[in-house]
Design a protein. Structure first.
Ligand code: ADP
Length: 403
């Protein structure tokens, strides 16, 4: 307990000291209040944040050292001045409206530029609140200020990096489009001469079949084969370049009807068993692209397969891919399988794991599938081991539209 003690000496009429009178006053409460005030004032003074108190007209009543020095001042030289000393005349309307907002709503939060004594400017994050006395009467505004120069610099750098990235992406997209157009034109222009070579070679072979020696017949056979492969390559390239990677006419597809149609139009060899899942959800896709995807996957499942019977399973399941609910179509075969080393590579144009003598093809089928899947905003992966068959999985978003 803290006490205030006052003592007085009481004397008799002739001046002889008789006794003391002591007044002891308990001042613990006042002491505690003083200590609290001292603590608060050193906290404010030593805070690493710039703190200032102004009256309701904007006259500076107090600033801590950090606040004053942020502006290149000493606290004593600015007390009593208007807070306009921290701002350029052009900023004053903003300051006035910040004061009005604080008075009206009780607080204000915002980025405001501040001026140093030497005239240089720095961006600050200002948080103000209304100061009230014990009777709730507004008596001033307390503001905390943080210099956000570094944050602003990082923001600018990030923004610049974003802009540069966007420019690069646009350039890349342009270059890609140009390349695709180029491939399209070349493939288109090669189509007619290749078809003519193929037809002429066919005619020659039929007309001269009887009179040719075996080596000559072999030459002509080779010419026909090469021309046919050239034709297939050009057709596949044209199919690939025709897929417009940027847009698809997405619609809900009744999969039962679609698959019935699809398998009716596919001419599968007799030794192929196809097992199709009974129940299918309505998929959001474009029919043409879905047909291209399944056609390529199923013809590969038949081609790269030495079993008898060749077995193909087709189904659909739900799967969460990167937090997006998807329908995942799978195409499973009991074929030759694929070494995991090549699981990425096979989706690139012209990538083949076998010679033309082993398995015919152009190496474009899976590139078509990948581009079609990407156009439908989906993704593709494969699970396979040599000799164990392969399963291709295509994930398509359950919904392309917000709920
Ligand atoms: P292509 O079928 O014309 O060779 P693709 O782009 O369709 O070209 O396939 C690329 C390669 O991936 C094929 O050459 C083959 O080696 C491999 N591949 C694709 N599908 C299968 C499959 N179902 N089973 C085994 N290998 C496959």
């Amino acid at each position: 307990m803290y006490a205030n003690v006052s003592m007085g000496l009481v004397r008799s009429a002739d001046g002889t000291p008789e006794y003391f009178v002591a007044l002891i006053q308990d001042i613990s409460e006042r002491k505690r209040a003083e200590e609290k005030l001292r603590l608060l004032s050193s906290a404010v003074e030593q805070s690493t944040e710039g703190l200032a108190i102004v009256d309701l007209e904007g006259t500076i009543m107090y600033t801590n050292r950090v606040f004053a020095r942020m502006h290149g001042h000493e606290p004593d030289e600015i007390t009593g001045k208007h807070l306009g000393v921290f701002h350029t005349p052009e900023q004053m309307p903003t300051i006035e409206s910040a004061i009005a907002r604080t008075k009206g709503k009780g607080e204000f939060d915002g980025e405001i530029n501040h001026a140093r004594k030497d005239g240089s400017i720095f961006p600050g994050l200002m948080q103000c609140s209304l100061l009230r006395d014990d009777n709730e009467k507004a008596i001033g505004i307390i503001g905390a200020l943080r210099d956000i120069t570094n944050i602003k610099r990082s923001e600018m750098a990030l923004q610049k990096a974003h802009q540069a990235l966007a420019v690069k992406a646009a350039e890349l997209e342009g270059a890609n489009e140009e390349l695709s157009e180029y491939a399209h034109v070349v493939a288109h222009d090669l189509k007619a001469p290749l078809r003519a070579i193929h037809n002429y070679a066919d005619l020659l072979r039929d007309d001269l079949a009887a009179s040719l020696h075996p080596p000559q017949r072999e030459c002509l056979e080779g010419l026909c084969r090469a021309a046919r492969q050239g034709n297939e390559l050009v057709d596949d390239l044209l199919e690939l370049t025709r897929i417009d990677g940027s847009s698809a006419q997405i619609e809900k597809i009744d999969m039962q009807a679609f698959l019935r149609d699809f398998f009716n139009s596919m001419d599968l060899p007799a030794d192929v068993d196809v097992v199709v899942q009974q129940e299918w959800p309505a998929l959001e896709a474009e029919e043409t692209l879905l047909r291209q995807i399944l056609q390529n996957l199923i013809s590969n499942a038949v081609k790269f397969n030495t079993k008898s019977p060749k077995r193909i399973e087709l189904g659909c399941q739900t799967r969460n891919v990167d937090d997006v609910e998807t329908y995942e179509i799978f195409v499973r075969d009991n074929g030759i399988g694929i070494d995991p080393t090549y699981h990425e590579q096979i989706f690139r144009v012209f990538e083949r794991l076998h010679s033309l003598q082993e398995y015919e093809g152009t190496g474009i089928g899976l590139a078509i599938v990948k581009k079609a899947v990407a156009t439908l905003e989906g993704s593709i992966r494969v699970e396979s081991e040599p000799g164990q068959g392969s399963t291709f999985y295509i994930s398509l978003p359950k919904s392309h539209w917000p709920a």
